[in-house]
Write a protein that binds this ligand. Sequence first.
Ligand code: PGA
Length: 245
Amino acid sequence: MKRNNYVVANWKMNGLTSFVKIFNAINKHLVSKKLNNPNVIVCPPYTLINTLVSSKKSKVMIGAQDTHELDSGAYTGCVSSEMINDLGAKYVIIGHSERRQLFGEDVELLSKKILSAHKHGLKVIFCIGELESEIKNRKSILMKQLKSLPKKLDHKKLIIAYEPVWAIGTGLTPTLLEIDSIHASIRDILKFNQSFAKNVSILYGGSVNAENANNILSLENVDGALVGGASLKPRDFSKIIDYFS
Ligand code: PGA
């Protein structure tokens, strides 16, 4: 079964106007190698979306890192899915562990955010993953987090990213065997919708780098990577992309 492959860059709160050159280097790599697989998505801070979307001859798709659950109103500092879509971005990350932990985002709120993204035509990269202290209860934690998903599941609108919280930015990762079996068990949890479970792309995230990506991305149940730190180094990020080509 051939699912869509994705390599997603999560720039987090990094992205001065000078970072456009990182984007250009990634794009140049895709253009020069005529790469059509994987799909490459860069998620910069909101402030760079417009610039990156306007970049000519780009093969890179653009996403936001979060959205508000409502369309508009008196919510100082917030950005809605309608606004993200208006800028021309096609994707949005929802449920990143930093949002869950630092901003207290819970299952109910994230479910509203997904609905709002879909309402405004954005494809969702939905992050799930356990804390180190939750490793023993991983399956039930993931099941609970997956409850944010809408009833109508469509693999063309939703990508899942499994990111163990203890692996993010730490240089640690689960073993290859563990990653593969956790991804299989996520598919198993979603089996109530057979076609979605079969077709949905499940990405791995958490300390993916140019050295470990080859092994991780060749796992049967891994359909791509969500990359933080290494996505700001164009050479490393390009290497990660190349493992799919
Ligand atoms: P990392 O971050 O690649 O730096 O571990 C991944 C993420 O937070 O999405």
